[in-house]
Design a protein around this ligand. Structure first.
Ligand code: HEC
Ligand code: HEC
Ligand code: HEC
Ligand code: HEC
Length: 171
């Protein structure tokens, strides 16, 4: 009898501790807003809305070398990937996640987050990229694509330059 009671109180205590832990985890999560304030996406002037050309245009899903338009886009990202891993074929003004959900270009970080989860977590916390604003209030973020061209996101190595000349060496 006594044993049963002790076991019961142990279980109750365990539940209490667990719920405490969960509420802490939740409040930590709440420090990070669900909506991120960002400047407008860095489109080439005149390219958006994409539907100005793509509405009514047949969709060509075949990976190929583009010749009539967008020739400057050379995919050097995710080997084996193609445009529609990110762009939505039916409404070109939206991006599309792997689960089929459509998102706007103002939310392109959710697209990147699918594969770069660790960097996304760091970005939300202001450790990666650039975040400005109040420490305890509204914050502004730069989109991943303000710094990374999504079609070739890796930064190119910088050419090393010779060191500056010493004044004593100037003749
Ligand atoms: C000025 C007209 C024009 C605009 C604006 C435009 N596109 Fe296109 N796009 C084209 C043409 C034409 C092709 C076909 C190129 C080819 O087959 O060589 C194309 C092809 C594509 C393709 C390849 C798949 C397919 O359907 O052929 C993608 C993806 C694409 N565009 C995305 C976009 C996105 C995203 C935007 C907006 C940010 C955009 N385009 C804006 C004209 C345009
Ligand atoms: C990894 C995901 C991804 C892939 C793959 C991808 N795109 Fe994009 N693309 C983006 C995102 C995100 C943007 C929005 C950039 C911004 O906000 O300025 C974009 C922007 C564009 C734009 C507008 C560019 C500009 O000059 O402003 C065009 C056009 C475009 N994509 C066409 C294509 C075509 C064609 C392909 C395939 C050959 C392709 N994209 C593949 C993610 C992708
Ligand atoms: C479907 C998965 C996928 C998506 C979506 C995706 N990436 Fe990537 N990304 C990869 C893979 C895989 C690599 C590594 C392959 C390579 O180096 O080309 C990579 C490489 C990179 C790199 C270079 C990493 C390095 O080591 O220098 C950057 C930067 C990057 N992605 C940024 C982005 C951004 C920004 C977006 C959103 C617009 C995005 N990625 C969306 C899969 C993805
Ligand atoms: C303010 C500019 C800026 C923003 C915004 C930004 N990045 Fe970066 N990112 C960088 C720089 C700079 C590097 C380092 C490049 C290097 O060392 O070659 C980098 C490196 C990376 C790398 C490769 C290294 C690593 O840590 O894995 C990935 C992947 C990446 N960024 C993805 C993203 C994604 C996803 C976002 C948005 C959620 C984002 N970045 C937002 C500037 C930025």
């Amino acid at each position: 009898m006594k044993d049963k009671k002790r076991r019961l109180s142990l279980i109750v205590a365990l539940f209490f501790l667990l719920s405490l832990l969960f509420s802490f985890a939740e409040s930590a999560e709440q420090d990070i807003p669900k909506k991120f304030f960002v400047p407008p996406p860095p489109f080439t002037p005149g390219i958006f809305p994409c539907s100005q050309c793509h509405q009514g245009m047949p969709v060509n899903r075949k990976p190929r070398k583009l010749e009539q338009m967008h020739q400057e886009i050379q995919l050097k990202h995710m080997p084996g990937g193609w445009c529609f891993d990110c762009h939505n074929p039916d409404n070109r003004d939206k991006l599309r996640l792997a689960n089929g959900q459509l998102i706007s270009f103002e939310e392109s970080y959710y697209l990147c987050a699918q594969c770069h989860g660790v960097v996304f977590r760091e970005w939300k916390a202001g450790l990666h990229g650039k975040r400005t604003g109040m420490w305890n209030g509204e914050k502004q973020y730069l989109l991943c694509v303000h710094c990374h061209w999504p079609h070739e996101p890796r930064f190119k190595p910088i050419q090393p330059l010779p060191p500056p000349m010493r004044p004593s060496d100037i003749k």
